[in-house]
Design a protein around this ligand. Sequence first.
Ligand code: MOS
Length: 739
Amino acid sequence: MITNQIGKPANRVDGRAKVTGEAKYAAEFSAPDLTYGFVVSSAIAKGRIKSIDASQALQLDGVLQVFTHENRPGYIWGDKNYQDKDSPPGSPFRPLYDNEVQFSMQPIALVVADTFELARYAASLVKVEYVTQEFDTDFEANIGKAYVPEQYKSNPPPEPWGNPDEALASAAVKIETEYAHPSEHHNPMEMHASTVVWGDGGKMTIYDKVQGVQNSQQYIAKAFALPMEEVHVISPFVGGAFGSGLRPQYQLFLAVLAARELKRSVRVVLTRQQMFSFGHRPKTVQRFALGASTDGKLEAVMHDAFAETSKFEDYSENVVIWPGVLYHCDNVKVSHKLVALDVYTPLDMRAPGGATGIYALECAMDELAYKVGMDPLEFRLKNYSERDQNEDKPFSSKELRECYRQGAEKFGWNKRSKEPRSMREGHNLIGWGMAHGAWEATQKPAAAKAVLSADGKLTVSCATADIGTGTYTVMTQIAADTLGMPLEDVTFKLGDSSLPMSPLEGGSWTVSSVGSAVKAVCDKVGEKLLKLAQQMPGSPLASVTFKDIIFADGQIKLKNNPAQGVAVTDIINQGGFEGIEEDVSNEPDKGQSNYGRYAHSAVFVEVKVDEDLGTVKVTRVVSAIAGGRIMNPKTAKSQILGGVVWGIGMAMEEETVMDNNLGRFMNHDLDKYHVPVNADVHDIDVIFVEENDDIVNPIGAKGLGEIGIVSVAPAIANAVFHATGKRVRDLPITLDKAM
Ligand code: MOS
């Protein structure tokens, strides 16, 4: 039987290529006479470049050019306010546009040489004189100046409902509390890189590290005033991204600029330090005023967020939508304001707004649960929400209760003793904490193409990406499943701007959006196959419609009589078959918008805190997920594991520290910016609860890229409180704070 590819724990179809090194990243593509660019980064946070002297660098044999704002060609940046598909409102940073420095480590020159080492050395010889200007990178000092942006990046925060002020005033149990988390920087395994291959007649083939090849294509076409057809962007494999590749980054622009000016192939790779010059999760402070009745019924929620942005773009996230999704409460008021600093614009990082908003909300709710004297899980059940209150809609599906039940059972939650500092093992204090969370299940328009060739092989394509999440594998499964084929006969192509239109690979919407397009285009191939089968002499399918058949075991079968069917190979092998080619452009069903659509999670955590040293070990995590239909339990589990590991990093380690005297993030290296390593990661259990949803999209999958991280940091923080009796209200929970 080769039916039902969906739901099987198939190995990654690209697994072998990944582990053998055959899978190439952007900086691994080569070209004859390749040249190498090295970026010179600004030493100041704000001001003007008075002079830039590249003469010493240019004297070196093998240095080809030093590009700066002074010699960049005038034809670029024609459309200087061009916004890419992930741009927040504002005016995007334009590399080498003029002599203005807007943030520390801003790229101000590109040195191009015959070798990488020479370019790097020559970059050290570029002399820059600056006129510095006053700058402000102090978030805390500027919270008082926080403002409501003219336009939010996605939706504005929901309007209040009920009478939150009155309800809070009259609530029997109240808390007011404030939570904070720092800026965090993207540190994917693969550094940002672009290799531009210069071809005949100036045709460029651009290998870029990105989550949207068509976004990069449009960006370059706009920046360099080129027709789209002349810009070909390819990105077959991405060594981690989760937001850092949503916007085209400056190495792409610089590599293309150099290639066009030198008429040579150019590669630009950022250093690990330069990875800290863009793309951070914005520092956020969140204030809560919560009210409940003595029996734990939530009566008022006020949630106000203040988040960092740059001076030139209003970056915002959905930080405060979560009370309305996760709790039933009749009186709610939320706000989200921005604090503009002289930093580069923040950027989406895995579950932007969710990981942070839910962290603070879930810690605050834990505090309230203690104050009313309720078990944290019981408290959440008591205030369970059956509707998306932000928009007053029913949920398309919500199996969160089942997440609680299965997660708690697996964890052994009922053995928890309620009081903080009441569980110990030798000199370790033991803490058990929990939190729940949600993430949007979104579908975007997407297109796909399918070609069934005369040798019986199917190729399906879309310009999406695989950032390591398993896109290749799951799309192959969906196509194979739709046409009843073995995985080996199906190839899925992605990461090429010339393929059918794809949304950015982000937002946990790839399976839902691209997967739905893949299913639709394979259905069209199926319809053609049925027509051909019906023309065969004595066809058992002669008088049926598409609804009456299934594709399974390489055959078209009658649904109500699967013994009757026609083999697809027989259709292909009858004379005159020239292959089938179909395209679809798929739109989400309009009816979806009548429902709140979310994946949900419940996370249970055990920590052990060394009473003498304050070191915290996250010894056990159980993450129970309701994410709709699970396309591939193996890749799905990996998504959740990765999210949990990142959540451990968020709770315990990750923090970029700003020196406000220099306006610079100081720990711009993996030496000082800590991410979890093996020694930090212990038992992780992942549970997928059954959830059927035929509203969310045609394949019923909600997306799993982000839900895995959202409840982890608060569950850890709540466990640390349970262990120590001390509330740490700012991340990361380093040992100095824990005790
Ligand atoms: Mo995700 S932060 O949309 O890659």
